[in-house]
Design a protein around this ligand. Structure first.
Ligand code: PLP
Length: 389
């Protein structure tokens, strides 16, 4: 029997309610029914960003939303500071270079969280304010590291520097605490296929007043990504071009489900599943990719493959035998690490299934295991399992 288990750190498993909503007949995106949906969604989506600022919804993947942030807020030749620890941070940084921005790149150990002091030091050396934006990743999906965004904000403030703070929370949003307003983020970037439990195809920019003011002066060429044109149409619940109507149907349901569970409980659930996953990894006797205990991701756990074993061969084996997809090692970690996603529509039972698949796969691959990780994970989950909501 074919029943595929998607255990990669995004796209994440989708609730049936969301899929059913998406399968509805597409409606006129210039009509009154759509307009009412647009008005509701543009108001409600702010809740997951914890913001009163406008949130723009693109038909795009997360990468498109990176580009939107850069081209709206900056001018060609301006300096941008990137903390390039991890595959996604690096890709975003390379995009900025290709777009003609002057990139100042902090190279750092991929297995460690952001060291905010390094940002302060660089900004203190930029008295003239040449650096216009600081770009960081909230949850680095390639390494399983959750970065401390308030610490990055504090680092910029400590240098008394006017740079904008741009944060990629593509995989962090709606899975881990995120506060666009309170944390003083200028542009928050997200996508639909991770914590929002939707298929890929929607991208998001939450935009502070400071970022909006910067966009009035910014000279990067932009057309499709232009905030202004979209915000004008959004005022009446519309988009300038055809939106992803059916994904928006799904977004409404996903936002309702998150609200009903309560964001706090959603974050708690992710923390609990992550703790259980790490307990499994330790019981197997394997090593986590993340070396900073306080930065373990609640969304994805990256695991180092022991020497002599190829992580991708192991993943192929798990797919062939158990029809489960695990995340591949990205960039520097290719072949060396695999990733277990525990985000989105995931709970105790689906996680134990996934960890069972990993454990069987490791045995079949001949990896020597210290103990049963599944048992260790069950112990963690049985301790504090709440009744299902
Ligand atoms: C998934 C992801 C992206 C890329 O999103 P796409 O939808 O593949 O363009 C960017 N950043 C992070 C942290 C991600 O997890």
């Amino acid at each position: 029997m074919r029943r595929h288990y998607l255990q990669i750190p995004g796209p994440s498993p989708e609730p049936e309610e969301v899929l059913r909503a998406i399968s509805a007949t597409t409606i006129d995106h210039r009509g009154p029914e759509f307009q009412a949906l647009g008005m509701r969604l543009l108001a409600d989506v702010r809740e997951v960003f914890q913001t009163a600022d406008p949130v723009i919804i693109y038909s795009a993947s997360g990468t498109g939303s990176w580009e939107a942030a850069l081209v709206n807020a900056l001018s060609p030749g301006e300096e941008v500071l990137f903390y390039a620890a991890g595959h996604f941070a690096t890709l975003w940084c390379e995009m900025a270079e290709r777009l003609g921005l002057v990139v100042r790149r902090i190279e750092a150990d991929w297995r460690r969280a952001i060291d905010a002091e390094r940002i302060t030091k660089i900004l203190q050396g930029d008295a003239g304010g040449a650096i216009k934006a600081v770009c960081v990743v909230h949850n680095e999906t390639s390494t399983g590291i959750l970065n401390d965004i308030p610490a990055v904000r504090a680092a910029i403030d400590a240098a008394n520097h006017p740079a904008l703070l741009m944060v990629d929370t593509v995989s962090g949003l709606a899975s881990a605490e995120y506060r666009h307003d309170e944390w003083g983020v200028d542009v928050s970037i997200a996508g639909s296929q991770k914590g929002l439990m939707l298929p890929p195809g929607l991208g998001f920019n939450a935009i502070s007043k400071k970022a909006l003011a910067a966009s009035k002066r910014a000279k990067m060429p932009r057309s499709y990504w232009d905030w202004e044109a979209i915000m004008d149409a959004n005022e009446r619940g519309f988009w300038p071009t055809t939106p992803s109507t059916n994904l928006l149907f799904g977004l409404e349901v996903a936002l309702r489900m998150l609200r009903e569970e309560g964001l706090h409980n959603v974050f708690e659930r992710h923390e609990r599943l992550a703790r259980a996953t790490r307990a499994a990894v330790r019981a197997w006797g394997l090593e986590l990719t993340c070396l900073d205990e306080e930065a373990y991701s609640p969304i994805v756990t990256a695991v180092m493959m022991p020497a002599g074993f190829d992580a991708d061969e192991f993943r192929t084996l798990v797919l062939d035998r158990f029809d489960m997809s695990l995340g591949t090692g990205l960039g520097q970690l290719a072949g060396k690490a695999f990733r277990i996603g525990h985000l989105g529509w995931t709970n105790e039972i689906t996680l134990i299934g996934a960890l069972g698949g990993v454990e069987m796969g490791l045995r079949l691959a001949g990896v020597p295991l210290a103990e049963s990780g599944v048992e260790a994970a069950m112990e963690v989950l049985a301790e504090k399992a709440p009744s299902p909501v």
